[in-house]
Ligand binder design. Structure first.
Ligand code: ATP
Length: 305
């Protein structure tokens, strides 16, 4: 019976949390993925970001104590830099994102943002600082405007219609919204207008922009977008990640070839680290993955600009 009630319970939680304006996609993921509750340290201060540097310092972690997933991982994303995590399926890339959001605490090591251990600050301030553009964007059965608005920072009042418009414009979805008879009041989701994968992702981008986070976590879509839409979305993401510390989880290497630093992961370890050109010269796992993907998809244009 509990099995039956858990999802209902969860929906209730989601609904209440949305009402409080607290939720974001990250919380949704947490609900889906986690049963562990991480708590704020007593009297924890808010995270204060002057320079949004993200540091993983010798981080080890597993979801279950008998199965270690990450093994002593270290990397740094300097303020404003664009770094990428690549590697085979199951290497631990998304796990890094979950640890950064503090859905779990590392077994060993530390994760620092601007020098502050994320275990020692409030989760609310931590999650406010990080925007996520997930692989598969989930929309609520509500208006398109609402779906953008709930990305607004909590406690700062409702976003102005101008701010919502601007976010939609920067996410390159404003012309689409304006073309709808009810514009921002158009109902979307199961009972309303069905959006394409690309449109949904743009709504998620607009939502993230409204939150205006100094750190962005991009979880690349593995499927669903045709290559033209994908190129358009990538261009939008490039625009919005300008001046923000960006961590991109990528499956297709062509999308991250211009990153400042690429971390190549395999079985929970960083096995190579460097720029695209460094890694090609190294002729290791990255070079192998690159050449395989080039062969697989001859439509992929060449490397980094
Ligand atoms: P992909 O490219 O396929 O998305 P990934 O590199 O992002 O893979 P992760 O999702 O980080 O890989 O998973 C790393 C390992 O952790 C996998 O072996 C996976 O089975 C395991 N794992 C992921 N989530 C959980 C969970 N909630 N509970 C237990 N194990 C998990």
């Amino acid at each position: 019976l509990m099995q039956l009630f858990r999802p209902l319970d969860m929906l209730g939680w989601v609904y209440r949390t949305i009402r409080q304006g607290l939720i974001d996609m990250a919380d949704m993921f947490r609900l889906m993925d986690t049963s562990v509750e991480v708590e704020d340290a007593p009297g924890a201060p808010a995270l204060v970001i002057r320079r949004p540097t993200v540091t993983f310092d010798n981080v080890s972690f597993g979801y279950d104590k008998d199965r270690q997933i990450l093994h002593g991982l270290s990397f740094e994303a300097p303020a404003g830099a664009h770094i990428a995590l690549v590697g085979p399926s199951g290497a631990g890339k998304s796990t890094i994102g979950r640890l950064l959001f503090r859905f779990y605490d590392p077994w060993e090591g530390r994760i620092l943002i601007d020098g502050q251990d994320i275990r020692e600050v409030t989760q609310e301030s931590l999650r406010r600082a990080i925007g996520i553009v997930p692989q598969d964007s989930v929309l609520f059965n509500d208006t398109i405007g609402y779906n953008i608005e709930y990305g607004a920072p909590w406690g700062q009042g409702d976003p102005t219609p101008e701010a919502v418009r601007q976010a939609a414009a920067d996410a390159a979805i404003l012309p689409f919204i304006e073309s709808l008879p009810n514009k921002f009041d158009t109902e979307v989701g199961e009972r309303g207008l069905k959006l394409s994968g690309g449109e949904k992702q743009r709504v998620a981008i607009a939502r993230t922009l409204l939150k205006d986070p100094p750190i962005l976590l991009l979880d690349e879509a593995t499927s669903a977008l045709d290559s033209r839409t994908e190129q358009d979305i990538l261009a939008t993401l490039r625009n919005i990640s300008c001046n923000r510390t960006t961590i991109a989880i990528a499956h297709r290497l062509s999308t991250i070839a211009d990153a400042d630093l690429i971390n190549v992961m395999e079985a929970g370890r960083i096995v190579e680290q460097g720029s695209h050109n460094d890694l090609l010269r190294r002729d290791g796992l990255y070079a192998e993955m690159w050449s395989r993907q080039q062969n697989e998809d001859s439509a992929v244009p060449e490397a980094a600009e």
